[in-house]
Design a protein around this ligand. Structure first.
Ligand SMILES: COc1nc(N)nc2c1ncn2[C@H]1C[C@H](O)[C@@H](COP(=O)(O)OP(=O)(O)OP(=O)(O)O)O1
Length: 168
């Protein structure tokens, strides 16, 4: 089975103490809080996908985005392995609006609803909230997280990871 690629975008308020999350209303991750994102369409770059999904799911149009990290979600049988490219934005236009897919809500970065998020979220969100560039690898056996590794990276390394993704 081939790898699947996704994006995830996290908008922050001006002072940086709140992050906008969305409650997924259907499909993968239903009823969990997460950033905004999805799968690239044909001939769409990862960043184009991130911008489109952000606007479709919560109404915000990013004026600037930072490519911050990548999540490698691996499974022991290799079936359903996915790669998620994580962006943050602090400059955007538009008004936050509910969509068919997501119910958006601002949260204090110190008080996130981790109990209603993907299991691995509490492990890498602090790195993302700290604005550090990172890669994170998680290994699941069925639905159990059995190991993980999170590594902070510099700008150059992240550029190379994204360049490789665009070549796929
Ligand atoms: C452990 O797995 C995951 N962890 C986290 N934190 N986020 C995940 C995980 N698996 C998927 N996601 C994210 C990645 C995407 O942002 C969404 C799923 O996107 P979706 O399936 O809704 O993609 P769309 O292209 O919007 O799908 P439609 O076909 O419904 O438009 O969850």
């Amino acid at each position: 089975m081939s790898l699947k690629y996704f994006t995830l975008v996290f908008p922050f308020n001006i002072t940086g103490d709140q992050v906008l999350l969305g409650l997924k209303k259907r499909g993968l991750g239903e009823n969990l809080w997460n950033g905004f994102g999805g799968k690239p369409e044909k001939n769409e770059s990862i960043e184009q996908c991130a911008r489109r999904e952000l606007e479709e799911e919560c109404g915000l149009v990013a004026k600037e985005m930072t490519y911050l990290g990548v999540l490698y979600i691996n499974t022991t049988d290799g079936v359903g392995d996915i790669v998620i490219y994580v962006y943050t934005t602090r400059k955007y236009m538009g008004a936050v609006a509910e969509s068919d897919e997501m119910l958006p809500e601002w949260f204090e970065t110190t008080n996130l609803p981790y109990k209603q998020m993907y299991e691995e979220a509490p492990l890498w969100y602090p790195v993302m909230l700290g604005n550090k560039k990172f890669t994170a690898t998680f290994l699941f056996d069925n639905d159990d997280l059995i190991s993980y590794e999170i590594t902070t990276k510099d700008e150059l390394e992240m550029t190379e990871i994204l360049r490789m993704a665009q070549d796929i």
